[in-house]
Design a protein around this ligand. Structure first.
Ligand code: HEC
Length: 187
């Protein structure tokens, strides 16, 4: 950049004089660009309505997600019946869900560690299928068992409950944790 001579302005107030120090050209250029940008922006988003608003973006993302994951939660949940699943696929799904989310506290074979034994006849919160689904859905947060509903949703909860019912119930796994709760006589 060439060195400019500072120009002394030709006025003087109470003996105080001023230099004329304009902003650098590149800076003024940027400033003008932002003004042009603002005008373009205003036309694109506000006056012509060509650009999507945040609300429109939100709705289109929501629609895309619904397409991808299939419908809203409530619609989805309502269609699932809380009943024991016995198909090999559902049990295999249940096993996957169990190993990933539950085995750390209830043991690989349901023998229990932080959480209770799931392979004995004793249940703290009821041993019938619906009670098991219910415990997993709502959890026992004050005892360290979270509510799984927000994470797994109904179908996966029914699958993992079916896995527990079919593969752990009354198997008395080795190194089992001492029984807790009431004996369940059914099934
Ligand atoms: C952070 C540890 C932890 C994890 C992870 C966990 N649980 Fe639990 N679970 C517990 C504890 C602790 C209890 C006992 C609550 C009580 O004392 O009332 C429990 C209780 C239960 C019960 C009730 C047992 C009974 O005797 O009535 C079931 C069923 C159960 N868990 C299933 C699951 C499933 C399925 C998962 C995975 C989706 C899971 N748990 C993940 C800690 C855990």
């Amino acid at each position: 950049m060439s060195k400019e001579e500072d120009k002394l302005l030709d006025h003087s107030y109470d003996g105080i004089q001023e230099f004329d120090n304009p902003m650098p050209t590149w800076w003024v250029g940027l400033f003008v660009l932002t003004i042009i940008w603002a005008v373009v922006y205003l036309f694109y988003f506000e006056f012509t309505g060509m650009g999507p608003t945040q609300l429109e973006e939100y709705h289109s993302e929501l629609a895309a997600a619904e397409k991808l994951y299939g419908g809203g939660d409530n619609g989805d949940q309502a269609q699932i019946e809380i009943a024991l699943m016995t198909s090999a696929e559902d049990i295999a799904e249940g096993e996957k869900i169990y190993k990933m989310n539950c085995a750390s506290c209830h043991g690989q074979t349901g023998e229990g560690s932080i959480g209770p034994n799931l392979g004995d006849k004793f249940w703290k919160h009821g041993g019938d299928f619906k009670s098991i689904v219910n415990t997993i859905t709502h959890g026992v947060p004050e005892k360290g068992m979270i509510a799984w509903e927000p994470i797994l949703k109904t179908k996966k909860i029914v699958q993992v409950s079916s896995y527990i019912d079919q593969k752990f119930r009354n198997t008395n796994p080795p190194n089992g944790k001492a029984p807790e709760g009431e004996e369940y006589q059914g099934e």
